[in-house]
Write a protein of this length. Sequence first.
Length: 268
Amino acid sequence: MTHTPRPTRFAGESWRTASAMHARVVGAVIMRDLQTRFGTGYLGFLLGLIMPLGHLAIAMIAMTVLGRPAPIGPSTPTFLMTGILPFVLWLYSHRQIMMCLQQNRPLLYFPGVDIFDITLARVITEISSGTLVVSILLFTLSIMGYDIEPFDMYGFSYGLIQAWALGIATGIVFVNIGTLWPVMLILGNLLAPIYWISSGILYIPDALPDKLRDILYYLPLCQIVDGLRVSFFAEYSSEFYNGRIASGALISIILIGITLTSVIRKTT
């Protein structure tokens, strides 16, 4: 679905003026996104931020039903946290960015608003909310008495940033393709259960059969999760983790997303 082409924005205006107008548009879209998602009260906002605790509870129940202790680390919640945090950061960023045009399409009919503004506003919103999500989950585990201090803080932080970036990148890819083929939005949502199973939340890849491990080896989120655990647990070393696979896949998806955004802006 396309909208009526508009003349090039900000023709004849200085770069500084155009940038200021872009910033105001992005700020307005951010405020609209926050109000739409969380409502006007604080309850909706808090519920949105504590949802990762629900993922942690589900994972703990699954581990209990399976009767499996944590394969590494001093406690099951700590082990699960290192898998759930990157998954949740990827999931929320991916899903929210993927749906941003569908949820904000009427804004495209306003002068001065285009796909780039709407996508950028959602990216900024997800980075901010993701930071709060990480803080809340780590703080909750801390006050419950669990050790949340990683062995390698730099590597741990880098892993979380990679998870954010992967969610943003895959979200941008699917939101752009979805403008031409809406069925891709459905396929994009199917990535969530696939990644929940395959990203290593409940297990470590080195414990899997070789054939299955070889398949997961090329999934960037599975690499990110395992790398995060290498950084968090001093006693854990992995033959599975390959940082070049994760970084290479991430850079490739980002470049694809940027290219698609440029193409879609010219065709809609």
